[in-house]
Design a protein around this ligand. Structure first.
Ligand SMILES: [Fe+2]
Length: 173
């Protein structure tokens, strides 16, 4: 069972960038509930992606994206909401805990994941647990699901940070 302390330990540096304690706790709530519903024993077990062989851990990808997002934020002078940006970056792929399962020796899409890709399942769970719409939108729009929407500046940063990491991994296969 994944405990709050496990999540707080994995994302200890990144969670500190969220100033609003309510939001910070909500981010941990969503990871915990997704791990529970997806029956994950450890966060370390979840893979980054099924689209690339040996893609590494989802938690490591999440940290890379959140740190990339912070670097971009630090270079901008516009009024970008850091709390929403970091919460969205930390949660953008949490839906993969509901999309993937380990079956017969390999990671595959589970039945729920075949119906709802992780941007949708992650956004639905975040909404259910009371995250603000600004964060729900970042999760929903971080991949192609958001291509026909008007992304917020925070959603643009997470969308591009995510694809930088994905495309680099893919280029190295
Ligand atoms: Fe991602």
């Amino acid at each position: 069972m994944v405990e709050r302390s496990d999540i707080e330990a994995v994302f200890s540096k990144e969670l500190q960038w969220i100033k609003d304690d309510f939001l910070k706790n909500k981010v941990v709530d969503v990871w915990k509930e997704a791990a529970y519903r997806g029956c994950w024993k450890s966060l370390d077990d979840a893979p980054f992606t099924l689209l690339i062989k040996d893609s590494g851990k989802l938690t490591d990808h999440t940290k890379r994206i959140t740190n990339l997002a912070k670097v971009i934020y630090d270079q901008r002078q516009e009024n970008i909401n850091l709390d929403f940006l970091i919460a969205g970056a930390l949660l953008h792929d949490v839906g993969k805990l509901l999309e993937y399962e380990y079956k017969d020796g390999e990671f595959v899409k589970c039945d729920y994941g075949k119906k709802f890709r992780h941007p949708v399942s992650g956004a639905l769970l975040a909404k259910e647990l009371g995250l603000p719409d600004e964060v729900v939108l970042i999760i929903y729009a971080h991949s192609h699901e958001g291509d026909n929407l008007k992304r917020s500046p925070e959603a643009v940063i997470v969308n591009h940070s995510d694809f930088i990491d994905f495309e680099i991994k893919k280029a190295l296969v």
